[in-house]
Design a protein around this ligand. Structure first.
Ligand SMILES: Cc1ncc(COP(=O)(O)O)c(C=O)c1O
Length: 453
């Protein structure tokens, strides 16, 4: 039986009424991608207040790799609810924080001694990673990448690339941030081709030290191992090795922002493992908390210890409920083969998306790593002009037919897959049928396949 069940045209009357209330009570800056109000969610589906059931390719933007309301996570949180809710770890600490730090030190890449601290959000963790790198190196500069996304706080906005809607109107941002091109091979900034380019974009870092910022002024290079909001761009296999070697040659801390690419999404617990590299600092969040807010900075012990006593922290940072949830998430990754599942889902998506690419010129690129997959939509495969309006229409069609998707990319022309890894094969095909039908509808509205509902 189909998981998708639409009882009303969407949004239904109750969702519409809530949208009206929201418009009066909440600022418009908080966008409203899919205006249905959730009543319930399990595994890879959610149900709205009008009783419509959807498959969920967004997973709360990559926070639910282990599934909505995994009962192991819910049980762990429930158990914690019965002992205490909050004490503030800097005032009266608790064992679960320490145990989670120990486990993060074990499961992150790198056999060197490590330490971990917890905060509430991805952006807060990135902020702390920068603080730690600066305290360690006693240098100010940070190098970030084009198409990067690191969050919405002022420092992370400085590191983020996309101007609209993230940065426009919010300047000035903190200084000493420098931006260089990423390995976006589909749109190479240097018009080169891999592998004959010999990773010019990574090696170009040395040129940046001559022409943009002196290497002795750079504390950190921060990169997402696979770009998230930037459009699910996975650099060539040897890219990060070259980049990290250069960082270490100049005493610069390499920070991997694994907020979106982490926790099993790419078929390894962390995407850095897929590249065979060990970052000096690794930032994780989203699916770490299994649906609760939690983020971490894990890194080389001597770097993590650079800030003085009292220099790190936060009132709710590493709160007991989130720590309990994260320990359950790590147990699930140990017990279940979610990493293999991410690869299976990714392979299946690739097979179907490549077929679409042969049928419809709007599919410019099919790409990803493990279960972190996307399609980039273009006006034509020759011009590669972004098909941003068509992408919006595809996402809208999907939602109207029971599939929640989210777009990405600096040109808003990428559809990404962040589906909970517990989706069944039947549900995955059902979801991909909707996406296929949406593409057909946009490419050829008259000849499009029959409506699904
Ligand atoms: C790579 C990356 N870094 C940082 C962030 C910011 O995380 P948060 O929204 O939890 O602050 C995000 C959010 O999408 C992200 O994808």
């Amino acid at each position: 039986m189909s998981t998708i069940q639409l009882r009303t045209p969407v949004p239904g009357p109750k969702s519409k009424a809530l949208s009206d209330r929201r418009a009066k009570a909440v600022p418009r800056g908080l966008s409203h991608g899919t205006p249905i109000y959730v009543a319930k969610a399990e595994d890879a589906w959610l149900e709205d207040v009008d009783g419509n059931r959807y498959l969920d390719f967004a997973g709360g933007i990559g926070c639910l790799n282990v599934g909505h309301r995994r009962h192991e996570v819910v049980d762990a949180v429930r158990k914690q609810l019965d002992s205490f809710l909050h004490t503030c770890v800097q005032v009266t600490p608790y064992e679960s924080y320490v145990r989670l730090a120990e486990r993060m030190n074990q499961v992150t890449p790198g056999t060197f001694p490590k330490k971990t601290m917890f905060v509430n959000s991805g952006a807060e963790a990135v902020e702390n990673a920068i603080k730690i790198a600066r305290a360690h190196t006693k240098r100010p500069g940070v190098i970030a990448f084009e198409d990067a996304f690191h969050g919405r706080t002022m420092m992370t906005l400085a590191l983020t690339s996309k101007t609209h809607p993230y940065k426009a109107g919010f300047a000035p941002f903190p200084s000493d941030v420098y931006r260089i091109p990423y390995a976006y091979c589909y749109r190479c900034s240097y018009s080169l081709k891999y592998p004959s380019c010999e990773l010019y974009c990574a090696r170009h870092l040395e040129d940046t030290f001559k022409r943009v910022v002196a290497n002795e002024d750079v504390a950190a290079v921060i990169a997402e191992p696979v770009l998230g909001e930037g459009g699910f761009i996975a650099p060539p296999p040897d890219y990060f090795k070259v980049l990290i070697e250069l960082c270490h040659k100049y005493g610069i801390v390499f920070i991997a922002d694994e907020v979106q690419s982490g926790f099993g999404r790419t078929g390894a617990l962390f995407a850095c493992e897929r590249y065979g590299v060990e970052p000096d600092l690794l930032v994780s969040a989203k699916s770490l908390g299994g649906g609760l807010p939690l983020a971490a900075v894990t890194g080389r012990a001597e770097i993590m210890d650079a800030p003085g006593v009292g220099g790190l922290g936060g009132t709710f940072a590493g709160n007991p409920l989130s720590c309990a949830a994260a320990l359950a998430v790590l147990d699930l990754f140990e017990r279940e083969n979610l990493l293999a599942r991410a690869n299976q889902l990714g392979d299946h998506f690739q097979r179907r998306a490549r077929e679409w690419q042969r049928r419809w010129p709007i599919i410019g690129d099919v790409r990803g790593l493990g279960g972190m997959q996307a399609i980039e939509l273009v006006q034509s495969q020759e011009s590669k002009a972004p098909a941003s309006e068509e992408t919006k229409k595809i996402a809208q069609y999907c939602y109207e037919h029971g599939l929640i998707t989210i777009t990405a990319g600096s040109y808003s022309n990428v559809i990404r897959v962040l589906v909970p890894l517990v989706i069944t094969n039947e549900q995955m095909d059902e979801a991909l049928d909707v996406l296929e039908s949406a593409i057909a509808n946009v490419c050829d509205p008259k000849g499009a396949v029959a409506q699904l509902v």
